[in-house]
Design a protein around this ligand. Structure first.
Ligand code: ZN
Length: 679
């Protein structure tokens, strides 16, 4: 549909002059014989509709005896005059405002005009939109010009001269819309003659957006001194607000903690480093262990000894398992009873239904105390995860429940993008193949909280011999499934770094590299910088998990910058496994090193904050960002926090086009926070 929007004032004849430029034939041609107009028409399309915006003018007889028509009379007059031109006429009247006599009238008219032009832009579809400055008061022309600069148009025109013979319109050309203004969508009732209520809101919104977009140049180009660029939308803030975000530090004062957590929670976030085997807290493990009664009956029927196991003193059993190594005992008992692993672990955990706190106390012991749960080493940390992982995930129901708990938590913490790393070979049982397991994971991701964008990474374990071949085969088999292609992104090398160096697995990683899958490597968490070097040079790591010792090798740090390699820090797990200083416990942690996060930020590295084993660490993304601030001397500025979040999204293993869209969505969401003054 081709549309013309014009303001309407006295005299209404100008409208015929305007319409006559576009629509004409031998019967009606306003500009007959005017050769200049003939040429102009080459670039113009015929109009389907003409929309007029007017005040609620009443009929007036002037002292000199001349009449000013009411808006209704003007409309009737135009209908009659333009009837031969074949364009429908619509009038939008600023209800109750007879004339523009003060600022409030002027703003109300400006607001209505912007809304009508915005509506025209929505309605025209593939058609043209023309705007005319002629007709009406000068303020109305100014408003129309503003609308043209905000929404763009195919041509902005004016009609000149009062006498038919020499009147020649003026075309000022097309304008592109102001892309930094994101107009809200608008709606109007149907009908050719519409009275609209005066308002100021739409104008205020557009004005604020225009003001913000003007800050971009000064904020981004002139005052820009920080190393790595942050979310682009932040540079539309006035320099004073940016200064404030850089000045306000969090993670220092315990009294402000709740307020700071609320600020962090509202921010859109990503989590790039999250192990499925460590997402459950002890109480959530109990929640997952709710085995269906029919399943218990089925198992009892097949394995008579199983009923005796269920009748045994589970409290005592639990302690025994706990003492002799949870995983090993589960495996041994399951074999003895002839049942799957989950049949042993589920009833044990279920003993703690309603007493989840007790389970946590037994399981964590002195580590319930945050200052004690510091620098305990990787073994101790991983043992804490034994309650969950493969012994719960080898049952389809448990796998689905675990994913649901994880996704619900992410949803509540406003995590927009999540990468889950998992070991599907460890979750099989006698009835389910590894292919089934992977597809079940994909189905659950598709079904539950589909708004959280998720990716799947397979973990290749250092202590499990050479399993990379199996994984490559698995991926080759599943590649034909579109659901699998939707979620699968790449591989991670994990497990005790002292067991195998990256160079030891280079050969087996070649197949992965040949297929161009994404690669992230756990390196430099517990071992030295050499492992990070190897991850980069032997395995072409695009991201490194932890990489805590990078500052020790400056050339390698530079290489990280040159190649844009991401660093996934996981503050709570780094604190608990390795041990670092914490602003809340300066005395207790004084013997530990300074957390390298801030130095990484200052060195422009693409460092992000993630959860690792959120259930083991008893954390989530909101708390991880806060912990990152607590582990930084003097805390982190809000600007730094936003930079960390931005780095996370930019480091995502997401297909190029999807990643651009994701970042745009996140920029928009931050734009909304800015708009509502919540940043
Ligand atoms: Zn990890």
């Amino acid at each position: 549909m081709n549309l013309l929007v014009s303001t309407l004032g006295a005299p209404p004849d100008i409208i015929e002059e305007t319409v006559g430029l576009f629509n004409y034939d031998d019967g009606v041609d306003f500009y007959r014989g005017n050769s200049a107009v003939g040429e102009m028409r080459d670039d113009l399309a015929r109009l389907d509709e003409v929309w007029l915006v007017a005040t609620d003018q009443k009929h007036i007889v002037k002292p000199n005896g001349k009449d000013i028509l009411s808006v209704q009379e003007s409309y009737n007059y135009i209908l009659q005059k333009c009837s031969g031109y074949g364009a429908a006429i619509r009038v939008f009247v600023l209800g109750g405002v007879a004339d523009i006599v003060n600022e409030s009238d002027a703003r109300a008219f400006h607001d209505l005009l912007l809304r009508v032009v915005a509506f025209a832009r929505q309605k025209r579809g593939d058609g043209k939109m023309y705007l005319s400055l002629a007709c009406g008061r000068k303020t109305m022309s100014t408003d129309m010009q503003d609308a043209a600069y905000v929404f763009g148009c195919d041509n902005l025109l004016h009609v000149l001269g009062d006498r038919k013979e020499d009147a020649t319109p003026m075309l000022m050309g097309g304008l592109t819309p102001n892309e930094s203004v994101k107009p809200q969508s608008v709606n109007f009732d149907e009908g050719p003659f519409l009275r609209c209520s005066p308002s100021n809101d739409y104008l205020c919104d557009i004005e604020q957006q225009k003001r913000q977009s003007q800050h971009f140049f000064t904020s981004y180009y002139l005052k820009e001194q920080e190393p790595r660029s942050n979310f682009h939308v932040l540079y539309t803030l006035p320099p004073s607000k940016i200064g404030q975000l850089k000045k306000e530090h969090i993670g220092i004062d315990e009294l402000k903690e709740q307020e700071e957590l609320a600020w962090l929670r509202q921010l859109p976030k990503s989590d790039l480093h999250c192990h499925l085997g460590g997402v459950l807290s002890p109480s959530e493990a109990v929640q997952v262990a709710d085995l269906h009664p029919w399943k218990v009956e089925e198992l009892t029927a097949c394995h008579p000894a199983y009923i005796n196991y269920l009748r045994s003193d589970m409290d005592e059993n639990f302690k025994a398992f706990f003492k002799n190594g949870w995983k090993e005992s589960i495996v041994a008992s399951a074999e003895e009873l002839g049942v799957p692993h989950y049949a042993v672990s589920y009833p044990l955990l279920l003993q703690f239904k309603g007493r989840e706190e007790k389970l946590k106390r037994i399981w964590y012991g002195s580590l319930c105390n945050e200052t004690v749960f510091c620098g305990v080493g990787i073994k101790k940390y991983e043992q804490l995860g034994d309650l969950q992982g493969s012994n719960l995930l080898d049952y389809g129901y448990g796998l689905e429940q675990t994913l649901k708990i994880l996704l619900t938590r992410c949803y509540n913490e406003n995590v927009k993008y999540l990468e889950i790393r998992c070991s599907p070979f460890n979750y099989t049982n006698e009835n389910t193949s590894v292919d089934d397991v992977v597809l079940q994971i994909c189905h659950t991701l598709e079904k539950v909280y589909a708004k959280i964008e998720t990716s799947l990474i397979f973990i290749i374990s250092r202590h499990r011999g050479d399993v990379s071949i199996q994984y490559v085969e698995l991926v080759k088999r599943l590649k034909k499934e579109s659901l699998f292609r939707k979620f699968f992104r790449g591989f991670d090398l994990a497990g005790d770094e002292s067991i195998k160096k990256p160079e030891d697995v280079r050969e087996s990683f070649m197949d992965i590299m040949k297929e161009c899958y994404n690669i992230t490597i756990h390196a430099g968490e517990t071992e030295e910088v050499e492992n990070i070097w190897q991850a980069v040079y032997h395995l072409n790591a695009e991201r490194v998990g932890h990489g805590l010792h990078l500052l020790e090798k400056e050339d390698l740090l530079t290489k990280f910058l040159e190649r844009g390699i991401g660093i996934e820090l996981c503050p709570s797990s780094n604190f608990q496994i390795v041990g670092f200083r914490d602003n809340y416990f300066p005395k207790e942690t004084e013997n530990f090193s300074e957390y390298p996060l801030k130095m990484y930020l200052d060195n422009e590295l693409k460092v992000s904050v993630n959860t690792d084993g959120p259930g083991i660490s008893l954390t989530d993304m909101t708390h991880e960002l806060h912990k990152a601030a607590r582990m930084t001397k003097g805390g982190l500025s809000k600007w730094d926090v936003l930079q960390l979040i931005c780095n996370g999204f930019r480091s995502a293993f997401y297909p190029y086009e999807q990643k651009k869209q994701l970042i745009r969505k996140v920029e928009n969401e931050i734009g909304e926070l800015i708009k509502h003054g919540r940043l």
